[in-house]
Design a protein around this ligand. Structure first.
Ligand SMILES: *[C@@H]1O[C@H](CO)[C@@H](O)[C@H](O)[C@H]1NC(C)=O
Ligand SMILES: *[C@@H]1O[C@H](CO)[C@@H](O)[C@H](O)[C@H]1NC(C)=O
Ligand SMILES: *[C@@H]1O[C@H](CO)[C@@H](O)[C@H](O)[C@H]1NC(C)=O
Ligand SMILES: *[C@@H]1O[C@H](CO)[C@@H](O)[C@H](O)[C@H]1NC(C)=O
Ligand SMILES: *[C@@H]1O[C@H](CO)[C@@H](O)[C@H](O)[C@H]1NC(C)=O
Ligand SMILES: *[C@@H]1O[C@H](CO)[C@@H](O)[C@H](O)[C@H]1NC(C)=O
Ligand SMILES: *[C@@H]1O[C@H](CO)[C@@H](O)[C@H](O)[C@H]1NC(C)=O
Ligand SMILES: *[C@@H]1O[C@H](CO)[C@@H](O)[C@H](O)[C@H]1NC(C)=O
Length: 438
């Protein structure tokens, strides 16, 4: 059942504003039903979150200074402004819906930057297990005090072990620089070409080479296992964050994680029996097939904001599953399924909201509140995958899919043709949880 069927959207908007105010003062759960009787319907809903151009951040805070352990050796002041960006990117109730594209990539980058800065004084690119524990919880406390979600460890699946060296055998900055060609690495990664890096992988290959070299340190000539190379990649990231100033490092690290982000579909596909039953035969009933498709897509829409390239991958992924289940007709065409139908729906018009394919941040402005850029208008039909399907975000995307809403508009510095703002996420009961601060 849809929320709009239950409550006029202006009422929900008021509820949200009221709850937000309360959330700023108190940070525990407020039962929604307790508020309802006090609220009378208002006039036309105003956009709650207007479009915010990236602006100097002045994040609100809960006003509660966090009590830190005193046992963490990271210098949080060294990445103060980056941490404010992170707190906003992982803003309380939005964090779960922006986890994959915005919040967690920024969260991870910030930790790497803190570790990189730390290595300048310590000479090592890791924390020991005890320090890692204290540092992760102090880090979370600081972010929370700046408005971030209080469950980031779970949302971003990060553990204290992620701050240690894990299985990488080399953590000493001097030793690192004695065996890795640092100038080559810096040349490849110091200034990332955001548009071409995901395809040409200049920096990613340099990082992999360096990681393999330091991973070899622990073995006597045998090839290191992949998980060790992965752990050593983290050490290489931290080394880069040692060499670059925090904001440059942030740009590079977000650019690199973005390549991974755009290559996949982060949505979880529920059981599709209804779909295959209704659409499975070529002579199936179009009305009931499309009903099943719409119902299925509505389930997907409860999950997460995604980028336009991710939407392409999701369309392809669902399409291939359907084809495997003998749904041969192009149900996207048949049922007018657009790319933005794969995204969380926003606003009273229930529009999809695709995030840009380049890294983006949530912004905060004292007068307008929390905002982020997304495209509500692109009505690009979801492409039905063919046998020669190439994942979006890989090299051949532009040649295979000319109608891409992706890099072309981003390249010129414009995010999308029509920038609007979701004022409220009200597509489902699940999304209504957004309104309750915990
Ligand atoms: C922490 O970082 C700040 C800003 O970079 C710097 O001024 C300060 O000296 C550092 N503190 C320590 C203990 O290194
Ligand atoms: C943290 O460590 C876990 C387990 O080693 C790993 O699966 C996960 O990808 C790591 N997270 C990050 C952000 O590196
Ligand atoms: C290790 O990584 C290489 C290259 O990324 C890959 O080809 C290989 O299959 C991986 N091996 C395992 C056991 O995952
Ligand atoms: C298709 O199914 C709908 C109900 O889902 C029904 O009203 C309609 O008559 C069916 N059309 C055909 C051609 O069977
Ligand atoms: C499948 O159909 C049943 C009955 O129509 C419905 O209750 C269920 O929610 C549907 N499942 C999905 C994933 O759409
Ligand atoms: C798809 O159709 C083929 C041939 O009709 C059949 O052998 C196969 O079991 C079907 N697959 C599924 C998942 O229904
Ligand atoms: C964007 O969508 C709105 C509402 O659906 C419509 O009025 C407007 O013309 C659209 N703009 C573009 C550029 O498509
Ligand atoms: C990408 O395109 C080039 C030339 O257009 C082709 O040679 C190459 O095989 C393609 N790569 C993939 C993965 O399809």
């Amino acid at each position: 059942m849809r929320v709009q069927d239950l409550v006029p959207s202006s009422l929900i908007l008021q509820l949200f504003l009221l709850l937000l105010l309360l959330c700023l003062y108190r940070s525990h759960s407020i039962p929604l039903h307790a508020m309802a009787p006090d609220i009378s319907p208002a006039a036309d809903p105003q956009p709650f979150l207007p479009l915010l151009a990236p602006s100097p951040l002045t994040p609100f805070t809960t006003g509660i200074l966090p009590t830190l352990s005193g046992l963490c050796r990271l210098n949080f002041s060294a990445a103060e402004s980056i941490m404010m960006v992170t707190a906003t990117d992982c803003w309380a109730s939005f964090a779960p819906y922006l986890a994959n594209v915005v919040c967690c990539p920024q969260f991870d980058a910030t930790l790497m930057i803190l570790l990189g800065q730390y290595s300048k004084s310590s000479g090592v690119l890791n924390l020991d297990a005890t320090n890692a524990n204290h540092c992760l919880s102090d880090f979370e406390k600081i972010l929370e005090s700046q408005g971030a979600n209080n469950n980031l460890r779970k949302i971003c699946s990060i553990h204290p072990a992620n701050l240690t060296e894990a299985s990488c055998p080399l953590v000493d900055v001097n030793k690192f620089e004695s065996i890795v060609d640092s100038s080559k690495l810096l040349a490849a990664c110091g200034k990332l070409d955001h548009i071409n890096e995901c395809c040409h992988q200049v920096c990613q290959n340099a990082i992999l080479d360096a990681a393999k070299i330091i991973a070899m340190k622990g073995t006597s000539g045998t090839l290191p296992v992949n998980s060790t190379v992965d752990d050593c990649k983290n050490i290489v990231f931290r080394w880069l964050a040692n060499k670059l100033d925090p904001s440059s490092a942030n740009v590079v690290l977000r650019g690199l994680s973005n390549c991974k982000v755009n290559k996949v579909c982060p949505l979880v596909f529920p059981e599709m029996k209804n779909l295959t039953t209704e659409c499975g035969h070529t002579r199936s009933n179009q009305t009931s097939c499309c009903k099943a498709v719409e119902s299925y897509v509505a389930h997907l829409q409860e999950q997460s904001f995604i980028t336009n390239l991710q939407a392409l991958n999701c369309a392809a992924s669902l399409g291939m599953r359907l084809q495997k289940a003998n749904v041969t007709q192009n149900v996207y065409y048949l049922c007018h399924i657009n790319l933005k139908d794969f995204s969380l729906q926003v606003g009273s018009q229930e529009s999809g909201c695709l995030l840009p394919s380049l890294p983006s941040d949530v912004t905060y402005d004292k007068t307008s509140g929390i905002g982020f850029i997304c495209d509500l208008n692109d009505s690009i039909e979801a492409p039905w995958p063919s046998a020669s399907f190439v994942p979006a975000g890989s090299c051949n995307q532009t040649t295979k899919l000319p109608a891409l809403p992706a890099a072309t508009s981003a390249q010129s510095g414009l995010y999308m043709k029509d920038l609007m703002f979701p004022y409220l996420v009200i597509s489902s009961m699940t999304a209504l949880n957004l309104l309750v601060c915990i």
